[in-house]
Ligand binder design. Structure first.
Ligand code: PLP
Length: 407
């Protein structure tokens, strides 16, 4: 594994070359919210619209055939990327949120009954909490929450104590978007399996930082968003085991998801189309395929090592700033450094950083129960991706020093 050429990689992301706040170089540290897009993705989307824009699957002409073939190749890219058994297990969605809602509406509302239990963790994004609350309201099932320690690490003994014969599903994030904690998902899945429960893993923050092999993990559903993985917004994936997807009813009705339709009734299409009603986000899905092809062509182990080294340096230098308090100090983390500064609201810190060209996220990060558990109103969150550099860290630390003097 040789050191990656981050300069050359960065040059493939046109937006990173722009300035902010007048002439300040952009320091983009909001990658957990969304990543920037490489030329390979921008050009794939551009090529679709310029060269073969048309609808997929039903066309009787060459443009439609071309669009279908490229979009289905993108599905194969996803299948290989997460090592799914087959393309048909890969459902295109609008993102993580929609993928989870699909399972909550289709699987949970069909198969759960009063008294059943769903377990989530204390670290969940609202996207992996609210759909289950809604499913519980509809079915009479109960939601249980895996506790965590003050560092932001899940309490596995507490988790095992929650598991029982009523547990039907464990829905847990792979990586926390607010704190960066990498959860021990293999242990979480293995324990759930021993209790006879299904497992959904929210991989929104994992797929751009960690290798994911759904078969090796042994989970039942794995979900992620394209836009956090260098792909266009409005794209995402639900992966599920065929047996489960086959048994689940469709959740959206319309074109594409049917086999036959009469005025009285309909029969449904095979996987994956049963869950893809209507015209899909063709350009976006093609962009997702291009993003995955681009990412998998990199030396991902070297990029992960680069990111880990940057996170360690950022954490050490920021933590040394007087009055700065890290939030979330788990032993195993990726990408994210969340923090507070004495005497300042996170939003004010964010605004002062923005004035210096540094883009971070502030607030509750769609994890209000987690913020409550930690006793903080929100945090400032800096999050790294493969294209960040030592120079970004230097500028970030210099900007934080200025903020501190201003307060
Ligand atoms: N889950 C996690 C862990 C996230 O970080 C996010 C987005 O920040 C989501 C779910 C929701 O993703 P999307 O808004 O792309 O559907």
């Amino acid at each position: 594994m040789s050191a990656p050429d981050i300069g050359a990689l960065r040059a493939q992301f046109p937006l990173l070359a722009r300035t902010l706040a007048g002439d300040k170089p952009l320091v983009y540290l909001d990658n957990a919210a969304t990543t920037q897009k490489p030329l390979a993705v921008i050009e794939a989307v551009d090529d679709y619209y310029r060269q073969y824009n048309s609808n997929v699957h039903r066309g009787a002409h060459q443009l439609a055939d071309h669009a279908t073939q490229v979009m289905e190749a993108a599905r194969t890219s996803v299948q290989r990327f997460i090592n799914a058994r087959e393309d048909a297990e890969v459902i295109f969605t609008r993102g993580t949120t929609e993928s989870i809602n699909l399972v909550a509406c289709s699987w949970a509302r069909t198969f759960l009954k009063a008294g059943d239990e769903i377990i989530v963790s204390a670290l969940e994004h609202h996207a992996n909490l609210v759909p289950w609350q809604m499913a519980c309201q509809a079915t009479g099932a109960k939601l249980r929450v895996i506790p965590m320690n003050d560092a932001g690490e899940l309490d596995l003994d507490g988790y095992r104590a929650l598991l029982g014969e009523r547990t039907r599903l464990v829905a847990c994030t792979h990586v926390s978007n607010a704190l960066g904690t990498v959860n021990p998902v293999r242990d979480i899945i293995a324990a759930a399996k021993s209790a006879g429960a299904l497992v959904l893993i929210d991989g929104a923050q994992a797929v751009s930082h960690l290798p994911v092999d759904v078969q090796a993990l042994g989970c039942d559903f794995y979900v992620f968003s394209g836009h956090k993985l260098f792909a266009p917004t409005g794209t995402g994936v639900l992966w599920g085991r065929r047996e489960l997807l086959d048994a689940m009813p469709p959740w959206h009705g319309g074109g594409e998801m049917i086999e036959t339709v009469s005025y009285e009734t309909s029969t449904y299409n095979k996987l994956p189309y049963k869950f893809e009603a209507g015209t899909p986000h063709i350009a976006g899905n093609i962009g997702l395929g291009a993003a995955i092809d681009w990412f998998t062509a990199q030396d991902r182990a070297a990029l992960a090592a680069h990111e880990d080294a940057l996170l360690a340096e950022l954490t050490a230098r920021a933590t040394a700033i007087p009055g700065l308090k890290p939030v979330g100090t788990a032993r195993h983390k990726v990408s994210v450094f969340s923090f507070l500064m004495d005497g300042a609201h996170p939003h004010d810190v964010g605004t002062l950083l923005d004035q210096q060209g540094v883009a971070v996220r502030t607030g509750h990060h769609c994890t209000m129960p987690l913020m409550q558990r930690l006793g903080v109103p929100g945090t400032v969150r800096a999050s790294l991706s493969v294209y960040n550099t030592r120079d970004d860290i230097d500028r970030f630390i210099a900007a934080l020093e200025k903020v501190r003097k201003f307060l």
